[in-house]
Design a protein around this ligand. Structure first.
Ligand SMILES: [Zn+2]
Length: 66
């Protein structure tokens, strides 16, 4: 099962009950999550695959920032 990448864990300083992930999917605990894009990138080639939809959303965001 692919692991999603966390986008927001806090909203206005309040910790969310369930973190928001990049692909927008509703996740349920316990679920394996990457804390951020950097962790997901470091795990590439490892046994835990990042969610492809999350990676696409991150790349899209990066492209908009460039
Ligand atoms: Zn995802």
């Amino acid at each position: 099962m692919p692991a999603h990448v966390v986008k927001y864990e806090y909203n206005d300083g309040v910790k969310l009950r369930v973190p928001e992930v990049w692909c927008g999917r509703e996740i349920k605990y316990p679920s394996w999550l990457f804390q951020d894009a950097q962790h997901a990138a470091l795990a590439a080639g490892g046994s835990i695959q990042p969610c492809k939809a999350c990676i696409k959303a991150i790349i899209k965001q990066l492209e908009q920032e460039l």
